[in-house]
Design a protein around this ligand. Structure first.
Ligand code: PHE
Length: 339
């Protein structure tokens, strides 16, 4: 039996030195130390060993078992170490590498212009109100003195959803909504999105306007002009001049078109303003008394002025943007240029 044990020891040592993967280690353990294992089988012969030899044989058995176990755990530790090393090599992180840094985002040119316009107006005491983009024909047209089939509807190529529901074609719809619920005197602006069936370099089917409405006693064109001069100087610079040209809107009487001196040449005439020295930016006027009455405001006591302008145009002029559509494409190269 001692001979058998020695042989087993040698066989085991030879075999374990050849084990080269972790999975085979368990097979080895079962083969030698398992319940049906080789060592256990030899141990069954213990019965036949004479009593006085048993301590010696027993010691040898323990020695062989200990040796095998020791080899096993040494191998196991070795495999684990190698696994860890290859894992570390794969997921190598160079902690000395300089950080890449974050790219800074920026506001969209339109958001910046809206912020500027709204801030300037709020500083002059205006309240910001908003209205729905899906609007009733009533607020977009009828309450503004534009009855059904009125020719002036042609000026605004409107997207109708049903006969009475449309995508608002002007923020002037908020004028009517405001007069309905607010008691004069009040000063409001209404920034937002509007829609018209129109698309080229200077027209987009969705664009932006900012409406203004002031209702009080004794309002005149002078108030409108003074207010617009302040707003336009804050927007385009202190040397800015404005001029009024007669125009027509059904909801203002008299109506004007407001031009601003070209922010590029300051009135000299250049390519941007096609040599005129001015840019057409707003529609405005004194609120038509018919509109006040239709919306429940006493036109004997109150008067008002209103204005509305194309915010996209302001953003384009300020940033030298040639095509309005580039503002809505979300092209990262364009947006980076606008930073
Ligand atoms: N709503 C008009 C337009 O879209 C602009 C305007 C607003 C004119 C307020 C007069 C008063 O063209």
């Amino acid at each position: 039996m001692q001979e058998q044990l020695k042989q087993l020891k040698e066989q085991a040592m030879a075999e374990i030195s050849k084990v080269d993967e972790k999975a085979s280690l368990n097979e080895f353990r079962v083969k030698y130390l398992g319940k049906q294992g080789l060592l256990t089988q030899i141990l069954r012969g213990m019965r036949d060993v004479p009593a006085e030899q048993r301590p010696v044989v027993g010691a040898l058995v323990n020695e062989v078992r200990a040796l095998i176990e020791e080899q096993l755990s040494a191998k196991e530790a070795d495999f684990e170490k190698r696994e860890m090393e290859s894992e570390l090599a794969k997921n190598y992180i160079d902690i000395t590498e300089p950080a890449q840094g974050h790219e800074r985002g920026a506001l969209h040119p339109l958001s910046k212009v809206f912020e500027l316009l709204i801030d300037s107006c709020v500083n002059m005491g205006f309240k910001v109100v908003e209205g729905p983009e899906v609007e009733l024909d009533y607020y977009n047209f009828e309450a503004l003195n534009i009855p059904k089939n009125h020719p002036s509807r042609d000026m605004q190529d409107t997207f109708f959803i049903t006969d009475n529901i449309l995508l608002r074609s002007q923020t002037s719809s908020v004028q009517a909504r405001t007069m309905e619920v607010m008691k004069p005197p009040f000063k409001i602006i209404s920034p937002g999105r509007v829609y018209r069936n129109d698309s080229d370099a200077t027209h987009s089917p969705v664009f932006h306007q900012m409406e203004g409405l002031v209702i009080d006693e004794n309002i005149s064109m002078a108030d409108l002009k003074a207010m617009l001069i302040v707003l336009m100087r804050k927007t385009f610079g202190e040397q800015t001049q404005i001029r009024f040209r007669p125009s027509f809107f059904p909801f203002t009487e008299p109506s004007v078109e407001v031009d601003v001196t070209c922010p590029s040449c300051h009135g000299e005439g250049c390519r941007l303003c096609k040599g005129t020295g001015f840019m057409e930016l707003l529609g405005a006027g004194i609120v038509n008394p018919k509109v006040l009455e239709a919306n429940g405001i006493d036109s004997k006591k109150y008067r008002g002025f209103a204005f509305g302008f194309g915010v996209d145009r302001v953003a384009m002029v300020k940033n030298g943007i040639a095509d309005i559509r580039s503002m809505f494409k979300n092209d990262i190269r364009f947006l980076k240029q606008m930073k």
